[in-house]
Design a protein around this ligand. Structure first.
Ligand code: GLY
Length: 365
């Protein structure tokens, strides 16, 4: 599979990926003299042993561990990693293996792309979100204060190894979080995939082991679709923006729920609610049919809990979007749907249109 920019990232998927990783590492022997595995403490306890016991070449790898959590996707962690690599003698002949969810692959990718002006790295994503989105397409990044991914690079990993069995280690809310990005990629890029998703009963899929073939199909389809989009616009200047469907309002809802504390929404949960608002905007501004809007909302509200938004919450969301707009030169532009499977990007929406979409969301209480 090609993951963009005219360069190939080898992407392997399935229950025998560790076998493939073994061969892949053997082929590197002449150029790589040291392996580093970067992971977080939580992933380390679930997945690291599995990896190193299957891939004997990694038994002597240097392990670099950090605490998990979005707040550690920071410049402090970058410095810690740069220093760990330097003190252990890493060079361009070292391979950094990022084992973990999106936070690890974003952070590890950033460190690998900057240390020594770039050392080779691979991703072994362990979360659903990581497998189908974060590890694909060469975006690396860290947060700057409260602003997510404000500092980063575009740099492709040499390879990505997706082991769907790792999904068995995930809590239900993490599966749901990743599933929202699967819904999104279907909606922006492939009507047939969307039609198939509508037939799935998500609560059954939470038993990952019993549904491994379906999960492999979902991951493979999502990865292929994302690669196809990234190939056309690696640096996110044009068509890659369609991947932001649901994200302009979804990010604002995510940030609101974090601000309120108690039980913040997962990223995917917030994005799914953002897709409800942005489906409304898709009807208003991009000509999507109401019947399609209804099927999208039905899919989302069947699988994701409704999160009530007050009038004051709308003010927060509008301020968040306004702030975001000021950071971008493009203004408040949305990626919307003409129809399921067909997206457009760069659509300007006025504050009153955005407020209407939130009011519309509120009618589902
Ligand atoms: N997650 C959106 C992108 O990779 O462009």
């Amino acid at each position: 599979m090609s993951a963009g920019h005219g360069q190939d990232t080898d992407i392997y998927l399935g229950s025998s990926v560790f076998q493939e990783l073994k061969f892949w590492l053997v082929n590197l022997n002449s150029v790589i003299d040291q392996f580093f595995i970067f992971t977080d403490k939580n992933t380390g306890s679930f997945c690291l042993e599995q990896l190193t016991s299957c891939v004997s070449a990694l038994k002597g790898a240097e392990i670099i561990l950090i605490q998990g959590g979005e707040k550690n996707k920071s410049i402090k962690s970058v410095k810690f990693l740069w220093e760990a690599l330097a003190s252990k003698g890493a060079s361009r002949h070292s391979l950094l293996i990022n084992l973990g969810g999106g936070m690890i692959t974003d952070l590890g990718g950033f460190v690998a792309s900057t240390f020594n002006r770039g050392i080779p790295f691979i991703h072994i994503p362990t979360s659903l979100l990581g497998m189908i989105d974060a590890s694909i397409g060469g975006k690396t990044g860290i947060n700057l204060g409260n602003i997510k991914n404000q500092v980063g690079t575009f740099r492709l990993p040499k390879a990505i190894f997706i082991y769907p069995e790792f999904l068995c280690t995930l809590a239900r809310y993490e599966l749901l979080s990743g599933f929202a990005e699967i819904i999104k990629i279907a909606l922006v890029a492939d009507i047939k995939f969307w039609e198939r998703l509508k037939l799935l009963h998500l609560p059954d899929l939470v038993n990952v082991k019993a549904n491994m073939d379906i999960w492999e199909y979902l991951i493979c389809s999502s990865v292929e679709l994302k690669c196809r989009i990234v190939e056309q616009d690696f640096c996110d200047e044009t068509v890659r923006e369609i991947l932001n469907f649901g994200h302009t309002i979804g990010h604002a809802i995510e940030s609101l729920s974090l601000e309120k504390g108690v039980t913040p929404l997962s990223h995917g949960h917030a994005i799914s609610l953002g897709m409800i608002c942005e489906s409304f905007l898709s009807v208003l501004k991009a000509g999507m049919k109401k019947i399609d809007q209804e099927s999208i909302i039905n899919m989302i509200l069947t699988n994701y809990e409704y999160y009530p938004l007050s009038i004051m919450d709308s003010d927060f969301i509008m301020e968040f979007i306004d702030h975001d707009k000021k950071r971008r030169s493009t203004g408040a532009r949305f990626s919307l749907l003409n129809a399921p499977g067909n997206a457009v990007y760069g659509i300007p929406c006025t504050p009153s249109e955005i407020i209407k979409s939130i009011d519309f969301y509120r009618t589902f209480v």
